[in-house]
Design a protein around this ligand. Structure first.
Ligand code: IMP
Ligand code: MG
Length: 186
């Protein structure tokens, strides 16, 4: 169900929304399908689902509950864009998972692939830890990354080339709690 404009205005605290890009039902249906795809893709072995914080927290929480096989869950924290709506370039790891990665299937879960810088750097770092396999699960993909080292094996949606918030995605730490994904008037 697409939320009406008055309830969006309330939850957004007056910030102008261009449009709702993905409503809660649409997201839910796709996340359920992705859970089935992931379950089918890993018939054996240890599977470690690594959520990239903070943007993936809601997606990850919904996704792991749709995976019907044993998994482990841990997190990575990379440096963010701060308050900007465009990537600044540098990617730093500020939290490294405590869990062992070697010999495990690693599924790195990301909210949105934009410039691809974050993913490229993480793929490089995680590959060095001798995982049995390394794959990416992303909710959204803008398809503007010039040289993505690893395309997502599991993808929720192709994203419009707009600045999106909600369902974990933020603008300056705001709007992560929205149950839908909206684009902001810039
Ligand atoms: P990338 O390194 O440019 O691919 O961007 C990675 C991170 O930037 C994502 O995990 C998001 O946290 C953030 N980001 C990129 N695009 C958006 C957007 O449209 N809305 C909110 N956050 C975004
Ligand atoms: Mg962010």
């Amino acid at each position: 169900m697409t939320p009406d404009l008055a309830s969006i205005a309330n939850v957004m605290g007056g910030r102008e929304v261009r449009r709702v890009a993905f409503d809660a039902d649409t997201i839910h249906r796709r996340v359920c399908e992705m859970g089935e795809e992931i379950t089918a893709a890993y018939p054996d072995g240890d599977l470690l689902v690594l959520g990239l914080l903070k943007g993936s927290f809601i997606f990850l929480g919904d996704l792991v509950r749709q995976i019907r096989r044993p998994i482990q869950v841990d997190f990575l924290v990379a440096s963010s864009y701060g308050n900007a709506t465009v990537s600044s370039g540098e990617v730093r790891l500020v939290y490294d998972p405590a869990t062992r990665l070697d010999g495990k299937h690693i599924l790195l879960v990301e909210d949105i692939i934009d410039s691809g810088r974050t993913l490229n750097r993480l793929v490089e770092l995680l590959s060095q830890r001798n995982p049995r396999s390394l794959a990416i699960g992303a909710l959204l993909h803008k398809h503007i990354a010039p040289d993505l080292k690893l395309e997502p094996r599991f993808l929720g949606f192709d994203a419009p080339k707009e600045f999106l918030v909600g369902y974990g995605l933020d603008h300056a730490e705001n709007f992560r709690h929205l149950p839908f994904i909206a684009s902001l008037v810039e």
